[in-house]
Design a protein around this ligand. Structure first.
Ligand code: ADP
Ligand code: MG
Length: 697
């Protein structure tokens, strides 16, 4: 059924075929519904006027009234600019234009009083406003104060006169014909209970806020709705899966007792015991487990996975353990193989570099069921890899794997789905986990094994490098190993590589008698592995590297992590890197090197790292600083293309939305009650929508 909001955008008065093509292409606005849900991303406060003396660079766009006293062009070539002085009773501020000088020059006249709107910024010691909006000021003819919506546009759109103002005009036009067509999309009971604005009112106020109170009500209403339907969808998926897919039941086995009493080399932490209980609970429930195991670096996730694997192997089934790189797979294999062989369990490893002849035998042992535990990389996903009976699949370091790959593992069995345990050391704040992994249950290891000394983190300036080198000399004398990490990002890869190589040279000169390794992403993976292994074995004492070493590598003898240009790394990455040290008995150190001059945000990140070792605290800080779109591993998820909600800020709304969605599904799993008609209709509408749900299911 086609409704009013499916009307193609070109039919809106003022649009037409050309603009419509642009809106399609640049903003993915195809129909009325798309346009009305294209919300402003901020609002300019035109409710008050500022004086020149009140201006500061911290302010957003502001409105001032003043008289132009002087207009001149300064500089030549690409530096040519137009500078005008705007004067009021309290002082003078400069207005600057770099483009469209001719046009502006015609428009502004000395001696005339204007209303000016723009963002103050600092240029040298003076404040100025670049490319302000100007309107001749007419006393008495002022519009009453209002909040001006600002829409995202693109250069292309602006060139064709579709700037924020023009979009606002289109919204006005649309609302004038659409308002009466807007139907409520939440159940009346919810609206009443939570005191939400109605849908039509919310849409009107999001585009044309009556005042700031109405605006925040509109935002709340629309954010709630967005999050509510995401959660409803996720929870429904989970319900369906629970009903449809039975899980094989795995209970206690004697293998577990044997391991606890004869082989386990240390006592488990309470946190490890707790998550093992949660996982066992799932595996014997008869339902298929889908659990996310979060635990900070070094919290001991591997042994937890192994103990869970024993439950499966003890019952005659098989288990897979998949890691994102060969180094990590290798490390897991070497860690677990001794236990397995002591207990007479066959274990093997499969990666991209496993020889064909070896592979063939391995495939056979796997299919016949002799081989019980298979550790490996993506290679495990190949169709040729067939298990006789895969009972549990463990995926380490989730953020490197897509959900599609999870699904691929599910399908490795024909008669039942294997239990899934996804492990991650990237601490994901709860709000984000609820959305990204809304269909998974979450367990958290919130405790480190005893005796770990927290890594001591310090911030040092580049000019004090000699002192840092002195400290490192002593650590090496004491037998320890050192990491030096350099940033390397695609955009500046060439320069970064040069930094890395220069850095390597200066380290080599400072430590002429010490064997070094160097590893970076531009090397062949075989060479990388080779160098890495030399460091792991202690043949080299210093590792100079890019972030390729960030995930999971375990060298307990490494005690110093020096991070160069550390202000360029994100918090999640810094935390991962720091997690590479502090794995042994000795006190470890993380040294964050920077220039003296760094951005405010960079400084905040470094201060956060110096202040705390707690991964979750860091993740929260990260979410606040950067917003969820940039958090590690979520960039491509697509789930985070939210229209209005912000997972960094709207955690509380999300929690309520999830609770309400869960309550409703509990009372009415099929959403068949009359009072849930609005929900049914909305869910049906969303089925057609562009959100790519397959990515998160
Ligand atoms: P991660 O959670 O980062 O994957 P690992 O599983 O690699 O951590 O464990 C880090 C180190 O801690 C390993 O050397 C492991 O043997 C050790 N370990 C794990 N659990 C305990 C424990 N309960 N007591 C002491 N050491 C432990
Ligand atoms: Mg690990």
């Amino acid at each position: 059924m086609k409704g009013f909001f499916d009307t193609r955008i070109e039919f809106l008065k003022g649009v037409g075929p050309q603009k419509s093509a642009l809106l399609n292409k640049e903003l993915e606005i195809f129909n009325y519904g798309d346009l009305i849900q294209f919300y402003p991303f901020r609002y300019e406060d035109r409710t008050r006027f500022y004086t020149v003396s009140e201006l500061s660079e911290e302010l957003p766009g502001v409105q001032i009234v003043g008289t132009i006293s002087k207009v001149e062009t300064i500089g030549g070539g690409s530096k040519r600019r137009l500078v005008a002085q705007l004067k009021d009773d309290t002082g003078i501020v400069e207005l600057v234009w770099f483009k469209g000088l001719k046009w502006v020059m015609k428009k502004i006249q000395p001696g005339v009083t204007y209303t000016v709107f723009g963002k103050p910024s600092r240029y040298g010691r003076k404040l100025n406003i670049a490319h302000p909006e100007l309107e001749v000021f007419t006393r008495g003819h002022q519009e009453p104060g209002f909040l001006q919506p600002v829409y995202h546009t693109t250069e292309n759109l602006k060139r064709r006169f579709l700037d924020s103002r023009a979009i606002s005009k289109l919204q006005k036009q649309l609302l004038s014909i659409a308002y009466s067509q807007i139907t409520e999309s939440l159940p009346g009971s919810l609206i009443e209970e939570l005191g939400l604005l109605g849908k039509a009112d919310a849409l009107k106020n999001i585009h044309f806020p009556e005042d700031s109170k109405k605006l925040s009500q509109a935002q709340l209403r629309l954010k709630f709705e967005e999050l509510f339907y995401i959660q409803l969808r996720l929870l429904k998926l989970k319900l369906t899966r629970v009903k449809k897919f039975r899980g094989k039941v795995f209970g206690e086995t004697s293998l577990i007792n044997e391991f606890y009493h004869q082989h386990l080399p240390f006592a488990l932490t309470d946190a490890q015991k707790k998550v093992i209980r949660e996982i066992y609970g799932d595996m014997k429930s008869g339902e298929q487990m889908n659990r996310l195991l979060q635990g900070d670096v070094g919290s001991g996730k591997t042994i937890v996975a192994f103990i869970c694997i024993l439950a499966v192997v003890g019952a005659g089934s098989q288990a897979a353990l998949m890691a994102p790189t060969e180094i990590l797979a290798e490390q897991h294999y070497r860690g677990l193989a001794p236990y397995a062989s002591q207990m007479g369990i066959e274990i093997d490893i499969l990666t991209g570099s496993t020889k064909k002849s070896v592979r063939k035998i391995l495939h056979q042992r796997l299919q016949e069921g002799q081989l019980k535990i298979l550790v490996g990389t993506h290679a495990l996903l190949e169709d040729k890899v067939k298990f006789q009976s895969l009972g549990l699949a463990v995926i380490d370091e989730q953020h490197r794997f897509g959900v599609a790959q999870r699904a691929k593992l599910w399908s490795k069995n024909e008669d039942f789905y294997p239990h899934m345990l996804v492990m991650t050391a990237t601490p994901i704040p709860r709000t984000l986990a609820m959305t990204l992994y809304g269909d998974l249950d979450v367990s958290v290891i919130d405790q480190l094994p005893p005796g770990r000394k927290p890594v001591e983190t310090v911030h040092r300036y580049d000019q004090n490098r000699l002192k840092v080198f002195g400290f490192i000399k002593n650590q090496i004398k004491a037998g320890r190993q050192i990491y030096f990490v350099y940033p390397l990002i695609e955009e500046s890869a060439k320069m970064d590589l040069k930094h890395l190589e220069d850095g390597y040279e200066s380290i080599r000169r400072a430590f002429p008698e010490i064997p070094l390794s160097i590893v970076h992403g531009k090397m062949k993976s075989r060479d990388k592995d080779f160098e890495m292994q030399r460091f792991v074995k202690g043949e080299t004492r210093i590792m100079v590297a890019t972030t390729v070493i960030e995930v999971g590598v375990n060298v307990p003898n490494a005690t110093v992590m020096v991070i160069e240009n550390s202000e360029r790394f994100g918090l999640a990455q810094l935390h991962q890197l720091r997690g590479r040290v502090g794995r042994g008995a000795d006190q470890s150190y993380c040294i964050l090197m920077t220039d003296v001059k760094i951005s405010k945000e960079g400084r905040t990140r470094i201060q956060t790292m110096v202040r705390t070792n707690n991964g979750f605290e860091i993740a929260d800080a990260d979410l606040k600083l950067r917003g969820p779109g940039d958090l590690m591993g979520t960039q491509q998820s697509g789930v985070l293309d939210l229209m209005i909600a912000d997972l960094g800020k709207d955690g509380k709304i999300l929690q309520v939305a999830r609770q309400k969605a869960s309550d409703i599904l509990k009372s009415d799993p099929d959403l068949s009650l009359p009072e849930h008609l609005n929900i049914r209709r909305q869910v049906a509408l969303q089925k057609k929508s562009s959100l790519n749900w397959s990515r998160i299911s």
